[in-house]
Design a protein around this ligand. Structure first.
Ligand code: GDP
Ligand code: ZN
Length: 307
């Protein structure tokens, strides 16, 4: 499994738990031409290591269960694969310090749905919130729990909720995401203090405001599991989703949509729309619906440029 990628050199963890630096052979590189990073962390590969050689040659890459991508720029068609074979998304949210907007949460959840990655929501910094902020947090927790996303309240600083997290990440590849400042590095350090140095390095990188992630690393947690920190990834980008309508990635919309009058209902202003009806009755949250409209608009704008 590839656990680190820096330019042309990959660190591969073998089944005997050894790490071997590897390069790609010319042949493989060609096949991956469509994306700018043909092999990424999480990829399962085979490599050849000739006797006496220090660096292995990757000869084969296994088919990916899933992968996450990031657009190189807003309107460009090229994209960068960031990581592969992700088992779960851990979305770190703070209702304050800094405020995480529901649309940011929904953007990530839509991507997770599109890539078939189960998502878990962690509300961090609960040690800081006053009663109004807690009430708001509980509102959000109710919304997302009702949809089916597990939600947890944690404090990375005070190490509350950590035991459960360690269990959740065992034997899995977890992608940690969230706004800058929500406590991702602090959480990773709390989960495994021996990871300290590397995390700080990534945080500094992050603070310079660079958004080109040519450098993604997977951390092996002492108590089991792998974490991928995602500096600079604002969202996964909504590309590669043109084939399916957006509402398929809003599970509570999708469940209701068969009751819409029109099979191709976009749930915006069509008559006898089950989603708009549920919204009026409060069975669909206004913030989720607002996110839906916003992403739908974005998708349409992007399509215009593609033509
Ligand atoms: P990142 O940008 O997501 O990696 O966020 P950091 O881990 O760098 O944390 C940003 C700031 O929030 C730091 O000053 C942390 O000490 C602080 N922080 C992180 N988690 C918590 C928490 O649970 N409670 C409190 N009070 N502060 C926290
Ligand atoms: Zn509808």
């Amino acid at each position: 499994m590839v656990i680190k990628s820096t330019g042309n050199l990959y660190t591969v963890l073998t089944s005997e738990n050894k790490t071997v630096p590897c390069k790609i052979t010319g042949r493989y590189r060609l096949e991956g031409l469509k994306s700018t990073s043909p092999i990424v962390v999480g990829d399962r590969v085979q490599f050849e290591l000739a006797q006496g050689d220090q660096i292995g040659r990757i000869s084969e890459v296994q088919e990916r269960k899933n992968y996450i991508i990031r657009k190189s720029s807003n309107l460009s068609k090229t994209y960068q694969v960031i990581a592969a074979n992700i088992d779960q998304l851990m979305l770190i949210i703070t209702v304050e310090y800094p405020k995480t907007f529901p649309e940011f949460i929904d953007r990530y959840l839509v991507s997770a749905e599109a890539y078939d990655i189960p998502a878990i929501l962690y509300f961090n910094k609960i040690d800081l919130y006053n009663s109004a902020q807690k009430a708001y947090m509980n509102e959000l927790i109710k919304i997302y729990t009702d949809i089916g996303y597990p939600c947890f309240q944690i404090s990375a600083l005070e190490k509350t909720g950590l035991k459960q997290i360690k269990e959740t990440i065992k034997n899995k590849i977890s992608l940690i995401a969230g706004n800058s400042g929500v406590g991702k590095s602090t959480l990773i350090n709390a989960i495994d203090p021996t990871l300290d140095l590397t995390v700080r390095e990534i945080s500094d990188y992050h603070k310079k405001g660079k958004h080109t992630t040519t450098f993604v690393e997977m951390f092996q947690v002492a108590t089991g599991g792998y974490l991928i920190d995602s500096p600079g990834i604002k969202g996964f980008g909504l590309i590669d989703m043109e084939n399916e309508p957006l509402f398929h990635y809003f599970p509570e919309f999708f469940r209701l949509s068969e009751k819409c009058k029109y099979y191709n209902c976009l749930h915006v202003n069509e008559p006898e729309c089950a989603i708009q009806h549920a919204l009026e009755e409060g069975r669909i949250s206004t913030s989720r619906y607002a996110s839906y409209l916003s992403l739908l608009h974005e998708q349409k704008e992007a399509e215009k440029y593609r033509k």
